[in-house]
Design a protein around this ligand. Sequence first.
Ligand code: HEC
Length: 141
Amino acid sequence: MKSATMKVSCLVLALCSGLAFAQSSKTDWGKREFEANCASCHGLDGRGNGALGNLLRVSPPDLTQLAKKNQGIVPMNRLYEVIEGGTVAAHGTRDMPIWGREYRIEDAENLKEARGNYDAVALVRARILLLLEYINRLQAR
Ligand code: HEC
């Protein structure tokens, strides 16, 4: 597990530096991902005041308070599982999309020309880790 995490961290670093090199060195990929996929519910600042929030049964939580609620530490493993969604027991019981599945579908669409010749699992992990790194930066200290 540890070495898997290391591999993914290296991948994220490679991905970020590669993308940053290819495009702009100023692009904040975690922020970009958050604004594109999460802000509609959790709000641009992560405080849970996104436009779609009122339409849900459960209000989106304030993501800036995660460390405060957990003795100053962002619970990365738990959040990874919540975002990835693989551990959700039953369908229809949560209001948040299952991002592991969403990303796999989106990546397959974007990388159609690769004809499955890429590491789908690693790509999903990289995207979720980028988000977690950004959520870590959003924490009220
Ligand atoms: C459609 C609205 C919606 C979108 C879009 C959304 N969320 Fe959520 N999120 C929720 C709701 C509602 C909850 C509360 C748990 C539940 O009911 O599923 C939640 C819970 C969470 C939690 C758990 C917090 C905790 O303490 O357990 C995290 C982390 C999170 N969201 C991150 C994200 C990220 C990252 C994205 C973007 C990839 C995202 N969310 C997109 C609605 C949303």
